[in-house]
Design a protein around this ligand. Structure first.
Ligand SMILES: O=P(O)(O)OC[C@H]1O[C@H](OP(=O)(O)O)[C@H](O)[C@@H]1O
Length: 319
């Protein structure tokens, strides 16, 4: 049998490249794109046996998996689809993959709107929120509150180096929220003017730590110092099952070109440039984690993780 790696489609490779370059970004969006890519691989495959098709799907999953290491929604999505790729013929497996991808995408969408309604309960008419980066889970909370007729304002951190705050600003403006944009270092100055800090998550660890865009932990420490509640909006697909057994979450280091161009770097003596994409906020700085299953104090999220994942998970893409 030839190498299943060689039969990974160009479309899957393009999706993986787009995730790596962050053209497809945001933990939930990455999960959705990865699930669709597996469905497309199954549809395009010429495999004639279930084993050959499953080997091809595992190879495609590895290509998708090896793009960005921090957002656990990616492996959680791949696991969901691969563990449901059952069937005694290749056709059965193809159909099972199509069904599980459709189910997975429905769950994602429903989870986000359920989470949005939970998060909206925390927001009152006239409140101001501060945001960091761009999180569709956070925006679902704001959108649900706006739909309930609450008028909200937002102070939006631009979020260096990739400025995802601009996406947040535009989407909040489209919802009718009054938006003020600030540079990241101005956050502390305005924390007394906001009622809530709302952040998303790329992963949540079993101890309730929130792994999110770099700058979240400093923001949370400052918010605690100022007495401003900090809420993390995260669907359960952000729960990191490996942390139940003591593993830590890898923090992605990205290219220095996102921080400084070559010419400017040369001008200032070519310093070492570090560009971590994420940081870890300890649970003591987080007031609540809002999920589609309700709101949890960070320290109790482990009970939900055990319920959803048991004690251990498998990595079905490993040969
Ligand atoms: O799933 P949703 O809530 O959309 O996004 C969750 C998180 O994903 C983003 O990471 P990146 O921009 O992909 O590095 C941000 O850190 C954001 O808080």
């Amino acid at each position: 049998m030839d190498d299943p790696e060689s039969r990974v489609t160009e479309e899957v490779r393009q999706t993986a490249d787009a995730i790596g370059r962050m053209e497809i970004r945001g933990a939930a969006t990455i999960a959705d794109a990865a699930a669709r890519a597996l469905r497309d691989q199954a549809e395009a495959s010429a495999a004639e046996t279930p084993d050959a098709l499953r080997a091809e799907l595992r190879a495609a999953a590895r290509v998708l998996h090896d793009t960005r290491p921090t957002a656990v929604s990616l492996p959680n999505a791949l696991r969901y689809v691969l563990l449901n790729a059952d069937g005694t013929t290749a056709e059965d497996v193809r159909a099972a993959v199509a069904t599980s991808v459709a189910e997975f995408r429905d769950r994602l969408e429903n989870a986000q709107s359920d989470l949005g309604r939970v998060g909206a309960n925390r927001l009152r008419d006239g409140d101001t929120v501060m945001t960091h980066c761009h999180s569709t889970d956070v925006l679902a909370c704001v959108e649900a509150a706006v739909e309930q007729g609450k008028e909200l304002s937002a102070i939006v951190k631009e979020t260096r180096p990739r400025m995802q705050g601009h996406i947040t600003a535009r989407e909040l403006d489209e919802m009718g929220v009054d938006v003020t944009l600030i540079v990241d270092s101005a956050a502390r100055r305005y924390l007394n003017d906001v009622n809530h800090v709302l952040v998303g998550a790329d992963s949540i660890a079993a101890d309730g730590s929130v792994i999110n865009k770099i700058g979240t932990s400093g923001l949370a420490v400052n918010a605690r110092d100022r007495g401003t509640p900090i809420v993390c909006a995260a669907q359960t697909i952000k729960l990191h099952p490996d942390t139940l057994t003591g593993h830590t979450v890898d923090i992605e280091m990205r290219d220095e070109s996102e921080v400084i161009d070559d010419e400017t770097a040369a001008d200032i003596g070519d310093p070492t440039v570090l560009n971590p994409a994420f940081d870890v906020t300890p649970p003591r700085y987080v007031d609540a984690i809002v999920t589609e299953r309700g709101q949890y104090p960070p320290e109790s999220i482990v009970t939900l993780m055990r319920e959803l994942f048991g004690e251990a998970t498998v990595e079905p893409w490993v040969e």
